[in-house]
Design a protein around this ligand. Structure first.
Ligand SMILES: *[C@@H]1O[C@H](CO)[C@@H](O)[C@H](O)[C@H]1NC(C)=O
Ligand SMILES: *[C@@H]1O[C@H](CO)[C@@H](O)[C@H](O)[C@H]1NC(C)=O
Ligand SMILES: *[C@@H]1O[C@H](CO)[C@@H](O)[C@H](O)[C@H]1NC(C)=O
Length: 478
């Protein structure tokens, strides 16, 4: 009886396979179990845009498990390994969605801010927005997400700076909130969780923004205000472009000395439309991967601005758009072994020292004396916030997608389901080219397909794990 109870308890604790939490080593994300560098193959996930976040209604992009199951199945089919989610409530339970994406082999990049008043730093008058309740909200997001193994990192700001004018005041405040978040994580999370900034790709201020956030402040213990990663929302590759015309060559030149990982936190110019996504071969080609850590396609769900891969309808059904299949085809042409299974360089790069002369643009802030935490915040950092809602990975009993999903040609996709991956597995694009949808005559091509590695069931791994654990704690099976 005792043994059975122990087995059951352990089963509950170990039957959930998980992706390996990633770490930042120098300018790369690294999987500490395999030693491989990680390339983000991401998609921005915010159904309904900013309206998809309504704290009063208890609604945000990760609040509905059925919706996440449907979308995770479709993203798995495409080869996505990361979602970026912008506007989240710290008081909503995200366990089901986070657990589904975890099981599907996908990481999460989470913005701690939202566009609502009091929930982000004001670009022009940042001092008016930096106060206890605001900082508390960002800590509440940390509490909500910190326990998920597939949490890749937090963005402490998104496009706060988009011109020299907004670069005049905001930078010290973004560094200050980054510092507060890192101090909070150090005291209240059981692993280091990367915190970084997502920049607008405005070339006047891109280099200064990167340097302002990656540089090291002398005499600051632990460099706590320094960003752990730097990302840019970049739309410079449009249509059938190339390395030169897209200015990707300039981005490589700029970031090749980065002391932190750099990646696209958004990409996917939609002029012309439909898109052809030829940048995929460039982003995951060796020119780029030596400097960049991949990117996040903007965006999963269609909105008025026409960047969607899928049309999400009010009744929960989804119509795939041609961009979905085009992007999937571009991923499928990559040799993912040479993209994802590459040993990390192990190089650590000394960041530049923060000095006024590091900042080039006249008018961009070059003062590295940061605002001190607002009244009340140090106490939160020391003791933790009140009324926190801590997320955790849970067992998912049903992987089947209940909603109707129609392919580009209108055919219904059969048997759509999330395929839970084995412990430590990351979702990868299928290496087989898929039908473009519009001229496919069978729907077979459209069913989710995974590379052979991924098809090993998570269950196979849990029994030995339970037995091993039992032996480890000295329980005898007889
Ligand atoms: C901090 O956030 C929690 C969770 O949202 C909330 O319950 C609490 O009232 C907040 N505290 C402050 C000081 O804003
Ligand atoms: C790599 O970069 C070089 C120099 O910018 C460029 O000439 C070349 O076309 C690039 N290779 C690919 C595959 O894009
Ligand atoms: C730098 O910022 C600090 C804190 O806001 C301020 O006290 C100081 O006067 C500023 N220094 C300069 C040279 O503007």
């Amino acid at each position: 009886m005792l043994v059975r109870a122990a087995l059951a308890a352990l089963g509950a604790a170990t039957s959930v396979a998980a992706v390996t939490p990633l770490e930042v080593h120098g300018s790369q994300f690294v999987n500490p179990k395999t030693g491989d560098a990680f390339q983000v193959v991401g998609v921005a996930y915010q159904i309904g845009g900013s309206a998809g976040y309504d704290p009063k209604d208890g609604k945000d992009p990760l609040s509905d498990g059925d919706v996440c199951r449907r979308d995770a199945a479709l993203m798995q089919m495409m080869g996505i390994n990361t979602i970026r989610v912008y506007n989240l409530s710290p008081n909503i339970n995200h366990d089901e969605c986070a657990s589904i994406f975890n099981a599907a082999g996908m990481y999460m990049l989470i913005d701690v801010n939202s566009p609502l008043v009091g929930e982000s730093i004001n670009s022009l008058e940042p001092w008016t927005s930096y106060y206890e309740a605001y900082v508390n909200r960002t800590f509440a997001i940390v509490e909500n997400f910190k326990a998920y193994p597939n949490l890749l990192g937090f963005f402490s700001g998104n496009e706060v700076i988009d011109a020299v004018k907004t670069g005049a005041q905001a930078p010290p405040y973004i560094r200050a909130i980054t510092r507060d978040l890192k101090n909070y994580i150090k005291n209240h999370a059981d692993r280091e969780i990367p915190v970084g900034y997502s920049a607008a790709d405005v070339r006047d201020v891109l280099e200064d923004s990167w340097n302002y956030f990656q540089c090291s402040i002398e005499d600051e213990a632990g460099d706590m205000s320094r960003a752990d990663m730097f990302a840019l929302n970049s739309y410079s590759w449009c249509g059938n472009s190339n390395f030169h015309d897209s200015t990707y060559d300039q981005l490589i030149e700029l970031f090749k000395t980065s002391s932190v990982p750099v990646f696209f936190s958004e990409f996917g110019c939609n002029t012309p439309s439909p898109r052809i996504f030829t940048e995929i071969a460039a982003i995951y080609g060796s020119n780029m991967t030596e400097v960049f850590s991949g990117g996040v396609v903007y965006e999963y769900a269609q909105e008025e601005n026409n960047y969607g891969l899928a049309q999400v309808n009010d009744d929960g059904s989804v119509d795939l758009l041609s961009d979905f299949r085009t992007l999937q085809n571009q991923y499928s042409k990559l040799n993912f072994d040479s993209v994802q299974n590459v040993k990390a360089t192990g190089k650590s790069i000394t960041p530049p020292t923060c000095t006024a002369s590091l900042i080039k643009e006249d008018g961009f802030n070059n003062n590295f004396t940061l605002p001190v935490p607002p009244p009340g915040v140090q106490k939160l950092i020391d003791n933790g916030i009140g009324n926190k809602l801590n997320g955790k990975i849970i067992d998912i009993s049903d992987w089947t997608v209940s909603q109707t999903v129609n392919d580009v040609n209108g055919n219904k996709l059969p048997k759509l389901a999330v395929k839970p991956l084995a412990d430590g597995e990351i979702n990868i694009p299928s290496s087989t080219e898929t039908s473009s949808g519009s001229n496919s005559d069978t729907s077979d091509n459209a069913s989710p397909r995974l590379a052979p590695l991924n098809s090993v069931s998570a269950a196979l791994f849990t029994i030995p794990a339970i037995v091993a654990t039992l032996f480890a704690i000295g329980v005898t099976l007889v």
